[in-house]
Ligand binder design. Structure first.
Ligand code: COA
Length: 325
């Protein structure tokens, strides 16, 4: 009888660029206010990458910290997966660029683009490789420089996003780790949250332009709350667990009101929810690993606790991971 292999988080790390942009500063350049942003989103500030800093640079810093926390050398890695929507280049992948800087040549390296669900999609891919025995140690990163694709004159989007990176090192473990991941998408809703330009198609902003984020915020909000309700129910049911079994909710950090709605669905007090959206804004793929690392390093999340991670993003894409930390 074969024993199950789990992918266990051996270490976490994160990195935020130095520059901080407050709501007050934003309100000097676009018609908005600190009060409006805080009340509607919970955001008070966000970090912005320096001109010379790329997604790969942020990813590399987060990776170093995760590897150090895990006590694992780069030469031990079988695979590096980066969830990102804002890669340094069209190719090579950001994962390849990070791999070269780490000196982990030989490991597999790939990017996953699932917008704000990118980290959970990447984590799920890594989990599958470890569970089937094809990899033993995988570095999973969520990293973004989303502020590079923002229209700074559009107050409905420019107040929401920030830059950053988070990472975890997963190792094969015979006892415990990731219990399940669930991934979903609805590509028919692409125009509710997207950048309508790219390499091989450009509508309005020109082929080859990366474009800027367009969003129908209210429609996204309603869809996200419903999708997240269903994905957290799905995660618990699949594992025969109840809401009361959960120690922590580590949600995607897009909007405090969305996070509160999911916590309510799970009958969890906000004391059991990791919230970083106030300080980080929405860092897309980076938001979940950044929140996780913040709570781990502050000592709130402890070994052995049951964590529910979830995310929702453009595509639409959404997903969950239930894990024993
Ligand atoms: N400052 C001041 N007013 C603003 C504003 C800003 N930054 N952005 C929008 N407004 C105005 C709108 O123009 C609108 O004015 P009107 O009533 O005169 O037309 C009013 O505020 C309400 O806009 P609305 O879009 O209905 O607000 P909302 O309560 O839905 O909040 C979001 C807007 C974007 C904060 C909210 O919809 C949201 O968070 N959506 C989900 C976004 C998300 O999570 N995206 C990423 C998923 S990964």
């Amino acid at each position: 009888m074969s024993e199950r292999i789990y992918a266990r988080i051996a270490g976490t790390g994160s990195y935020l660029p130095e520059k901080v942009l407050s709501n007050e500063e934003l309100a000097r350049t676009v018609e908005t206010s600190d009060e409006w942003i805080r009340e509607r989103t919970g955001i008070t500030q966000r970090h912005i990458a320096a001109d010379e800093q790329t997604t790969g640079d942020l990813a590399y810093e987060a990776a170093l910290r995760a590897l150090e926390a895990a006590g694992i050398g780069v030469d031990e890695l079988d695979m590096i997966i980066v969830g990102t929507t804002t890669p340094d280049l069209i190719f090579p992948s950001t994962a390849c660029l990070v791999q070269a800087r780490l000196g982990a040549v030989g490991s597999a390296a790939l990017d996953v683009n699932a917008a704000c669900s990118g980290f959970l999609y990447a984590l799920s891919v890594a989990d599958k490789f470890i569970r089937c025995g094809d990899a033993k140690k995988v570095l999973v990163i969520g990293a973004e420089t989303l502020t590079r694709i923002i229209d700074w004159s559009d107050r409905t989007t420019c107040v929401l996003f920030g830059d950053g990176a988070g990472a975890v090192v997963l190792v094969a473990d015979g006892d415990t780790g990731i219990l399940s991941t669930h991934l979903h998408a609805d590509g028919s809703k692409k125009e509710l949250l997207w950048t309508p330009a790219g390499v091989s198609s450009g509508f309005g902003e020109g082929v080859g332009s990366s474009g800027t984020i367009k969003m129908k915020g209210n429609d996204v909000f309603k869809y996200a709350v419903k999708a997240l309700d269903s994905v957290v129910d799905e995660a618990l049911q699949a594992n025969g667990l109840g809401k009361a079994d959960l120690d922590w909710l580590v949600p995607h950090q897009a909007n405090l009101r969305i996070i509160e709605a999911t916590a309510k669905r799970l009958d969890m007090s906000m004391e059991q929810v990791v919230v970083t959206v106030d300080k980080h804004g929405n860092t897309s793929s980076a938001s979940v690993p950044l929140a996780l690392d913040t709570a781990v390093r502050s000592g709130r999340i402890q070994r052995g606790q049951l964590l529910l991670l979830e995310a929702f993003g453009g595509g639409f894409t959404w997903g969950s991971a239930l894990l024993r930390y």
